[in-house]
Design a protein around this ligand. Sequence first.
Ligand code: GTP
Ligand code: MG
Length: 353
Amino acid sequence: MSYLSMNIGIIGLPFVGKTTLFQLLSGISGLPAPGTETRMVKVSDPRVDQLSQMYHPKKTTYATIQFTDTPGLDPKTGAKERNRIFGILQGVDALLWVIGNYEGTDKTPGEQVEDIKSEILIHDLEIIENGIERLEHAKRKLEKPEEEMLDFLKRLHQPLDQSMIPGIVFQEEAEKHKNVGGLNLFSLKPSIILLNSDETRFNTATPEIKQIQDYCLQNHLGWLELSGKFEMEMNEFSEEERIDFLKSLGLKETGIERLSRVVYEHIGLISFFTVGEDEVRAWTIRKNTCAKEAAGKIHTDLERGFIRAEVMTYDDLIREGQEKKLKELGLMKVVGKDHIVEDGNILHIRFNI
Ligand SMILES: Nc1nc2c(ncn2[C@@H]2O[C@H](COP(=O)(O)OP(=O)(O)OP(=O)(O)O)[C@@H](O)[C@H]2O)c(=O)[nH]1
Ligand SMILES: [Mg+2]
């Protein structure tokens, strides 16, 4: 998968606070202009701030996550509207299910989760059934990858038909079939449920909400609760007021900070850094990415001409205060292309083209 930043699709019933959250996340108020459903959001990371203080670079660049907003998904409006909404979400890497938990939402959180799930399953079942039909009625002998795809679709049909989110095993298997069909199945994308609560309901787990949390655990869905209202208030605060306010809620981080964390953890993303006089920068990669591929995130030339990388850890550097010290202590390691990059690694790539 080639991306500079993850693209997260926001989905939910009408009037649950999707656009309000989207604007909060991207730090812009007022209605977004038509055709601007996607915006970049800075992933704040205190490590980047620390590194920037150490190197005084000309430029400091944080990782970003993209968010795409959609109109309310209303199960009553039928296939056309559903397909339009999922059309907007084509190509997103993960879904954020926004559940409204405040006075005035039509449906309870549990009902909203059920609705979103069934809309996703209905959408996907249609694609899967069409796929099976097309492959089964092909007027020629199927190629091996097509046969495997047919088998995959048939197996995938079973859980969906029983109203179940297919397990993580299916997600992994789908990666292998990517080249065959290019199916855009949403039940296979990582999903995070975001409960958007008002002041009175925030942090009050009713039995219904506990049930949703259990559902998330059992089905490998991410979970996060935040309050759009609180986040909006905090936007107006000074740094100090913000810290006090968060403390009063028993929290350390703002909603966007917690959301970035959940997104990274749930999708299996990590950050590595590049440092220097010109720029201190955070990069996002999937876990288990090797040094050569990580270099490719920075520039394709760095991947093509990759020779080796010098790797240090953020913690070592902060503790010792400078790169020179790390070299003396043998904590600056020279690694080859297959070295697996870990979260918090700082890389100097040596390359030749
Ligand atoms: N009480 C309360 N109201 C909210 C909250 N978030 C949004 N609202 C209100 O709910 C209404 C809808 O908010 P939006 O953010 O536009 O909701 P949406 O999900 O984008 O709605 P659609 O795009 O029409 O589906 C607005 O009148 C908001 O003021 C919240 O956290 N608490
Ligand atoms: Mg909206």
